[in-house]
Ligand binder design. Structure first.
Ligand code: ATP
Length: 370
């Protein structure tokens, strides 16, 4: 294909310097991504970050202002959507209401002029894949939301696309059904072996479904990684705060040694001690983030801990598996600390209004210079 290097499994889908402007407004800034074959890749970000525009460029519904998109070594830019080996499942599913489940699934195959028997075989394969064989003769309005979604998925996969695009796949489902369908969808997609790029603004959905996530902000990719990489090792305040909740302390690097640093923060009474070096940043303003589940809450002072502060319990939010304590420090900063509900906090002698200690280990936080 026009002298393009052969795609490897690692860069099955390649997005090279892709930019999309609308009347001078940059919706997608020069973006580069390599997506592996068979991967479920999520574009995650808030409203207006450019994730849908990038997805639409992949599908051919938008033309990049510059840059190239390669799929399996072939340049996609000049192909219209219907000539790309790509299928998009829309949030609304766009099922044909007057057609049965099997007719919906067969639609694209018929248009391609496939023979009757071949169509019947493929439809059956797809019905088995999404486990809707028993409902083949029903029309969309006779199906639940989750079943409709599986039909839409079967229809998207019927032609055996090289790339499946999902636009906010859970958008039309209620919360309870969402978490069930997230896992079902992953299961079906993995069984089919198709490479998948999905768009979502929902971090939980991205974490549950994706093998890797690109976190986007203002047309740019801020971080790419597996869900746990992005959660455990965010590289920016933006990433740290977008995914999950975090206690973010503003501070300045004070001591800067090879094997430890200290950070002065007006929010805390003692310098933060970080048990590894981040050298070259002495005097630099940084953010220091600690997840609530890394915070330990105790009635008595934790003698061993470097990092600790005393404060007052202002609120306790119960979440079943854990409770979140909101502890107000003398500086005014409010710390969130999780308490695993295997124990009962009441039996530890802690309740609203009590003075308690929060503490955390030397390597439990992240130092963020951007
Ligand atoms: P959302 O989750 O709200 O859909 P998004 O991250 O998907 O957000 P995009 O739809 O990609 O965002 O839009 C990115 C930016 O580009 C937005 O500021 C949007 O207003 C702008 N934009 C998108 N499409 C067009 C268009 N056809 N003409 C002009 N501006 C556009």
């Amino acid at each position: 294909a026009s002298g393009a290097p052969r795609a490897t499994v690692e860069d099955y889908l390649r997005i090279v310097d892709v930019r999309k402007e609308f009347d001078g407004f940059v919706a997608v800034d020069d973006t580069n991504l390599s997506i592996r074959k068979g991967e479920i890749f999520a574009l995650l970000g808030g409203s207006g970050c450019g994730k849908s525009t990038l997805l639409r460029c992949l599908g051919g519904f938008e033309r990049p202002t510059s840059g190239k998109i390669y799929l399996d070594g072939q340049v996609m830019n000049d192909l219209p959507p219907y000539e790309r080996p790509i299928n998009m499942m829309f949030q609304s599913y766009a099922l044909f209401p007057h057609m049965t489940v099997e007719q919906n699934i067969a639609f694209g195959l018929k248009q391609d002029g496939l023979g009757k028997d071949a169509i019947a075989r493929r439809v059956e394969e797809m019905l088995n894949l999404v486990q809707l064989g028993k409902l083949a003769k029903r029309k969309p309005h006779q199906l639940s939301g989750g079943q409709q979604q599986r039909v839409a998925l079967a229809r998207s996969l019927a032609k055996g696309p090289k790339l499946l695009l999902l636009d906010e796949p859970m958008g039309a489902l209620d919360k309870k059904l969402r978490s069930k369908m997230q896992l079902e969808l992953v299961d079906i997609i993995e069984k089919s072996g198709v490479t998948c790029v999905m768009v979502t603004h929902d971090q939980e959905e991205a974490m549950t479904m994706a093998t890797r996530i690109a976190l986007m902000d203002a047309g740019r990719i801020r971080q790419v990684g597996t869900p746990d990489e992005i959660y455990e090792s965010p590289t920016s305040r933006f990433a740290a705060e977008f995914i999950g909740s975090i206690n973010m302390f503003d501070g300045r690097i004070d001591e800067d040694q090879a094997d430890y640093i200290t950070i002065q923060s007006p929010s805390l009474p003692v310098p933060i001690y970080v048990g590894h070096g981040v050298s070259g940043y002495e005097g630099q303003e940084v953010g220091y983030g600690v997840r609530p589940e890394k915070m330990v809450i105790s009635k008595d002072e934790p003698e061993q801990a470097h990092n600790k502060a005393r404060g007052k319990i202002e609120d306790i939010a119960y979440f079943g598996s854990h409770s979140v304590f909101h502890v107000r420090l003398p500086s005014g900063y409010k710390v969130m600390a999780n308490f695993a509900n295997q124990q009962r906090w009441a039996s530890e002698g802690m309740t609203w209004g009590d003075e308690v200690w929060v503490s955390w280990g030397d390597n439990e936080g992240v130092v963020l210079t951007t």
